[in-house]
Design a protein around this ligand. Structure first.
Ligand SMILES: Cc1cc2nc3c(=O)[nH]c(=O)nc-3n(C[C@H](O)[C@H](O)[C@H](O)COP(=O)(O)OP(=O)(O)OC[C@H]3O[C@@H](n4cnc5c(N)ncnc54)[C@H](O)[C@@H]3O)c2cc1C
Length: 471
């Protein structure tokens, strides 16, 4: 691989803890942005008050909010192992869909009703905050606010889903007034999915994440933030004089504080998280129809579970194409293809053909459209042992912060999480005084539970039996 300035990116060889040097091609990044290989200065700065590791949604949003939270007088550097926004954020589905009732009952069981509701409320607030900033700053990122339709094609699963929905409604959470669930003969006609047995809907958003992040980066650079792409960080060591020595494959620099926003790869620098945040691959594709064909309009986003319960998310685009991904049930049995795997240069072999003919077999009226997969790619997510992200002070490492482990669900979480973390970093605000859901707080308890627990007891393999969140 050659960078846009003609240089070759540094490489540490194959490491589970660093991103692969050359990710596979992805629809969102076909037209390489001039920011992808940006370096604000030829050499690393000698010192920055705050060093952020990772230029994805979490790292860039944290820098944005730090500037707004009164850290504008501090120097900020973002060190990114590959190109800007080349990780999960630049390779995802663009579905910004708050969780209303999916995992919420699990969190209610583990930590009480309020702890579960806090997460749903935070994600809904996150979507609204995104809409607001996109409007205020006139950000060109294909944002839409529409309904997200949840579909179950398996009768038994639809019945179970309805029971879960009813439980959350019965808990009396006000936000559920925006959700509706349908059963009976009309379901297929309501959602347009063949064989649907149950469906629900609520407000959600869709967007082009790479464009959103690029906009934020331009603003940060104009405000003096130092971005260093193709700069993998290899270690953080406390400096006896104060602060930290940050070692990279391009040399060292000094940091006052460090923010770990490296998501799936976070345990490379913070090994205590090696059982808490596991790199797991996902698959995503773009489906198009031949020129001149006008298929039935689909202007809602979907989460669709087929008769065999294989789940796909679905994001329609104004250009007529569709972004679809998921299919985890198809590749889950082949653990080595997705679990603890950072290779986003290759597809997931067992699932690479799943979306061939997907529109024809799934949606009413699409049978003769000629829809086919135009681009397909993989990306690496940071799956969390208890499904919740880790945010806040790294235990026992004063001056270091973490914002990682978004469990394949960062779009409706990261923006406000970064805003609240920025308050902690810039103004010493304790986690408890932020508006973050309590279950997002990183803690020694969560670290130890995963380190001591069995892999199959956590949520990642789908066999989890975690009980209460606090001892
Ligand atoms: C295929 C796929 C589809 C998805 N679809 C959706 C969706 O539709 N909706 C949704 O909500 N979520 C989705 N997600 C998840 C979502 O993309 C993530 O939750 C979110 O982007 C996480 O942002 P991040 O900044 O934490 O991580 P990333 O975007 O991965 O950023 C981390 C960055 O850190 C860098 N880095 C790592 N290690 C180092 C190091 N040592 N030194 C320097 N830099 C380093 C990486 O190169 C990377 O750029 C999907 C993910 C994938 C892979």
């Amino acid at each position: 691989m050659t960078l846009s300035n003609g240089a070759t990116p540094p490489t540490a060889g194959t490491s589970k803890c660093l991103p692969t040097v050359t990710p596979g091609e992805c629809f969102w990044q076909i037209a390489r942005d001039e920011l992808s290989d940006h370096r604000s200065t030829d050499q690393l700065p000698e010192h920055s008050d705050i060093v952020i590791i990772g230029a994805g949604y979490a790292g860039v949003s944290t820098a944005y909010h730090l500037m707004k939270e009164g850290a504008a007088t501090k120097t900020i550097a973002i060190l990114e192992a590959r190109g800007a926004c080349s990780g999960a954020t630049g390779r995802n589905g663009g579905h910004c869909r708050p969780d209303f009732y999916g995992h919420i009952p699990t969190y209610m069981d583990r930590a009480g009703d309020r702890a579960g509701a806090e997460i749903a409320e935070f994600e809904i607030a996150n979507l609204r905050a995104l809409k607001k900033v996109i409007e205020q700053e006139n950000i060109d990122c294909d944002f839409t606010l529409a309904r997200s339709v949840d579909v179950w094609c398996n009768e038994e699963s639809a019945t179970k889903a309805k029971a879960v929905y009813d439980r959350v409604v019965a808990a009396g959470f006000e936000y559920m007034e925006d959700a509706v669930f349908y059963t009976g003969d009309q379901v297929e006609g309501i959602c347009g999915v063949k064989g649907a047995k149950g469906c629900a809907s609520f407000t959600a958003g869709t967007m082009f994440p790479f464009k959103f992040i690029s906009h934020l980066i331009r603003g940060l650079l104009a405000a003096g933030v130092n971005l260093q792409t193709h700069t993998p960080v290899t270690s953080i060591t406390p400096d006896p004089q104060g602060g930290f020595i940050v070692e990279t494959l391009r040399g060292k620099m000094h940091a006052g504080n460090v923010v770990h926003a490296s998501n799936a790869y976070v345990s490379g620098l913070l090994p205590e998280y090696s059982k808490n945040i596991i790199p797991c691959k996902g698959i995503c594709c773009r489906i198009t129809v031949p020129e001149g064909v006008t298929p039935p309009l689909l202007n809602n986003s979907y989460i669709n579970r087929a008769e065999d319960n294989t789940l796909s998310y679905f994001v329609p685009r104004a250009d007529g194409s569709i972004i679809v991904g998921g299919a985890a049930a198809v590749f889950r049995p082949f653990k080595h293809q997705w679990y603890d795997n950072v290779d986003d240069s290759v597809l997931i072999d067992s699932a690479k053909d799943y979306y061939d003919g997907y529109m024809q077999r799934t949606y009413r009226g699409w049978e003769d459209t000629g829809a086919k997969v135009d681009k397909i790619w993989t990306g690496v997510m940071g799956y969390s042992y208890d499904s919740n992200p880790h945010i806040g002070h790294v235990p026992e490492k004063k001056g270091q912060f973490i914002i990682a482990g978004f469990n394949g669900h960062g779009m409706p979480v990261v923006w406000l999480a970064a805003k609240e973390l920025a308050k902690m970093v810039a103004n010493d605000v304790p986690f408890e005084d932020t508006s973050m859901p309590r279950l997002f707080q990183t803690s020694q308890f969560r670290i130890d539970r995963a380190q001591a627990g069995k892999e199959e007891d956590g949520d990642i393999l789908g066999t989890g039996k975690l009980a209460a969140t606090r001892p």
